[in-house]
Design a protein around this ligand. Structure first.
Ligand code: SF4
Ligand code: SF4
Length: 258
């Protein structure tokens, strides 16, 4: 029997699960090796667990999410989070620094029908996670690579060095040095091929923290560029802003300015 694969969605935009569908030819080959038994985005028939491997997209933002992720964990042998939402809380974690009641009143005409938690949190704050794939969205090659590793019973390994290293490999002119652009490349993990700096834009950190990040040096660099206080904090409180090292650094910068 082929391994049973499930793809679950929580609070997210669907962009990460779409990377499976974007795999096109590779996906057809993969479908001969595994059985996608639960993937509502891609097929109408959904089978119940147990699942050999579950991919989870999206963060936990409602009481129902908090209950459902426990059920997903119980039904899954190996659980992989895909993307910034599931791995770090996503851009929706901006609510963690705001008043959810105010948001509810401003956004919805009938807020009394909206059941939402006051926070958006990563899956790992609720259940054990076996592997995390970063990115917004995740990289298709990394996604398929993790499936391949799992199928061959090898531990998946993804690079976690900084986007800066990738820029050097590609021969990019540094946007910080040449253009004075604020750029999160020094503290962000590779995986995108240094996409934004390749087009003369600063990185905004969509792949999350690099293993070799030096946040003190990075915030000093921002300050030297005139980016301080709330502005500096906001740079870190983006798509992966709730991940601990960035959250704590941003909170410290914002508090110091008060
Ligand atoms: S990580 Fe980005 S692309 Fe993936 S679901 Fe969340 S918002 Fe969408
Ligand atoms: S350069 Fe940064 S923001 Fe741009 S795609 Fe890569 S990790 Fe994401």
């Amino acid at each position: 029997m082929k391994p049973r694969v499930a793809v679950f969605k929580f609070a997210s935009c669907d962009g990460c699960q779409l990377q499976f569908l974007n795999a096109e030819d590779e996906l057809l080959k993969l479908a001969t090796e595994v059985d996608f038994v639960y993937f509502p985005e891609a097929r109408t028939r959904s089978l119940s667990g147990p699942y050999d491997i579950a991919f989870v997209e999206g963060s936990i933002t409602t009481p129902d999410d908090a209950r459902r992720i426990v059920q997903v964990r119980e039904a899954s042998h190996y659980l992989v989070t895909i993307g910034a939402c599931a791995t770090a809380g996503g851009i929706q974690a901006l609510r963690n620094w705001a008043d959810i009641e105010q948001y509810r009143r401003l956004v919805y005409p009938s807020p009394e029908f909206v059941s939402a938690l006051s926070t958006s949190t990563p899956v790992s704050e609720h259940v054990r996670v076996d592997f995390e794939i970063w990115g917004c969205p995740v990289d298709k090659g990394q996604l398929l690579g993790v499936v391949r590793s799992w199928l061959s019973r090898a531990k998946p390994v993804l690079p976690a060095f900084s986007v800066c290293m990738e820029c050097k490999r590609r021969g990019n002119v540094c946007v910080v040095v040449a253009r004075g652009e604020p750029c999160l490349g020094p503290v962000t993990r590779t995986g995108c091929g240094a996409l934004c700096p390749s087009f003369n834009r600063g990185c905004y950190g969509c792949f999350g923290p690099a293993d070799d990040q030096n946040l003190k040096s990075f915030t000093d660099l921002l300050a030297a560029q005139g980016v301080t206080g709330e502005d500096a904090a906001r740079r870190l409180r983006g798509i992966n802003g709730y991940v601990r090292p960035w959250r704590e650094t941003a909170d410290a910068i914002a508090a110091a300015k008060k």
